[in-house]
Design a protein around this ligand. Structure first.
Ligand SMILES: Cc1cc2nc3c(=O)[nH]c(=O)nc-3n(C[C@H](O)[C@H](O)[C@H](O)COP(=O)(O)O)c2cc1C
Ligand SMILES: CCCCC(=O)C(=O)O
Length: 425
């Protein structure tokens, strides 16, 4: 066995990733690990954390460290949370249920993807199976990530379902009018295995599986039209989209990957600020806009009255070449200073010191994408618990070593750009 293939006893997120690389099927592994195009932003998300340096304080009593915080009014045990990632059953058969249980145990916030392989109802029910430990503050918290479908009736139905199920916020992803170009997925002709489905779009009579709607040898051959037909047959919300495409004479562009074709057929690329208003007008749930990278858009988001902004570049999977999220965070925070909006960040967070740096720059919370998937692939619910615990423990240690006992101690003075000491600038 070459060193590459050896499993490690995981003591870091890097170890969990290493193990996933040795065990996962290539189709799924590539889908999870890829960034768009040259994967510049994917690499940069992590490297940008390494370019920041910490400025610790000493001789403070750090015997007790407290990480509890609130997210949109809900108390959770920690500012380390779970980003939405699609199709978690590719990593482990329990998929989203395992993640929900691990989130419940840790009293952390989990965002469920619209594109989950477990329904919104079944996912939250799995989390609720875990008895709550009332000795410590906080409760598990579930938010729902919304892709706005061309079919607004179906979008609204989904919102009603997640409200009823107990999700406490809608996280609208705004960086995916089309799918970024992930070369490995194109090469692999990525698709979901036949026994898995987009569980939120399943009806009593039919499952919306990639196998039923996307399975074909050559995805370039009439893909999008087949998709529209297929999804329509499955009573999925697309008949309106299909009519719209036919009615305005739009020719459906053929896509080179099945996922990209699905996005073209279903997700609304006309999405704009008016639609954010629309979502706010039909639901009382607070709204988080996910995918903000500039001061200009942060201001517009605050003007639109959203409760939260997630600084995100979709883990480097959409527009390659954008800023690392930790580098974009300061301008977003400056732009909404004094406004009533919480600012979160995801992308490239792998270590406790990354969390400390993000919070020092002003993020209210950080969200983990791939680390959760590597945990899932390692050992289902226990693997996610391990991933969360590793980063949590590293964060608590980093806080103590930097002289911080509670989150409000972590200020901008704890971090600096570059390696030159302040007095030499
Ligand atoms: C495999 C995979 C699937 C994802 N699916 C979704 C999704 O369904 N909705 C969404 O808003 N973001 C999705 N994302 C982006 C994540 O929410 C998050 O922004 C990103 O993974 C954070 O970067 P990290 O993986 O470096 O932690 C996905 C990311 C990955 C890696
Ligand atoms: C519309 C894309 C859904 C999955 C996703 O967000 C990703 O693969 O990054």
């Amino acid at each position: 066995m070459s060193p590459q293939q050896q499993q490690l006893v995981p003591i870091s997120i890097a170890d969990l990733e290493h193990n996933a690389h040795t065990t996962m099927a290539l189709n799924a592994l590539d889908y999870y690990r890829s960034g768009a195009n040259d994967m510049q932003t994917l690499r940069d998300n992590q490297e940008a954390y390494n370019r920041l340096r910490l400025r610790p304080r000493i001789l403070r009593d750090v015997s007790k460290v407290d990480t509890q915080t609130t997210l949109l009014g809900h108390t959770v045990a920690s500012p380390i949370c779970i980003s939405p990632t699609a199709m978690q059953r590719l990593a482990n058969d329990d998929g989203e249920k395992a993640t929900a249980r691990a989130a419940a145990k840790a009293k952390k916030c989990m965002i469920l993807s619209s594109w989950s392989t477990t329904s919104a109802e079944d996912t939250i029910a799995a989390g609720k199976e875990i008895p709550v430990n009332h000795d410590t503050p906080g409760l598990p918290l579930y938010w729902f990530q919304l892709y706005v479908y061309k079919d607004r009736v179906a979008t609204e139905q989904l919102i009603r379902r997640v409200e009823k199920a107990g999700y406490k916020a809608l996280v609208i992803t705004v960086d995916t009018p089309f799918l970024g170009r992930r070369l490995a997925d194109v090469r692999n002709v990525f698709k979901l295995p036949k026994h898995m489905s987009m569980a939120n779009f399943e009806t009593k009579d039919s499952k919306v599986t990639m196998a039923t709607i996307l399975d074909r040898e050559n995805p370039d051959e009439g893909a999008a039209e087949e998709l529209l037909q297929g999804v329509d047959d499955a009573k999925n919300p697309s008949s309106e989209a299909k009519r719209a495409a036919a009615g305005n004479g739009t020719k459906v562009v053929r896509q080179e990957s099945s996922l990209a074709a699905y996005v073209v057929s279903q997700i609304d690329p006309t999405l704009n600020w008016k639609d954010i208003e629309w979502v706010r007008s039909i639901s009382k749930l607070p709204v988080v806009v996910k995918g903000v990278l500039t001061a200009e858009d942060a201001k517009l988001a605050a003007d639109a009255g959203v409760e939260g902004i997630m600084v995100s570049n979709h883990g480097g999977r959409q527009l390659d070449g954008v800023l690392a999220t930790i580098d974009a965070l300061p301008e977003v925070l400056d732009a909404v200073k004094g406004r009533n909006v919480e600012v979160y960040i995801d992308g490239g967070v792998r270590k406790g010191t990354d969390v400390l740096k993000a919070l020092a720059l002003g993020a209210k919370a950080v969200f983990l994408g791939r680390p959760i998937l590597w945990g899932l692939a390692h050992d289902g619910e226990n693997g996610v618990t391990l991933a969360l615990d590793l980063v949590q423990k590293e964060f608590e240690l980093a806080m103590a070593l930097a002289g911080c006992c509670k989150l409000s101690d972590i200020t901008r003075d704890y971090v600096q750009h570059g390696t030159v000491s302040r007095s030499r600038l």
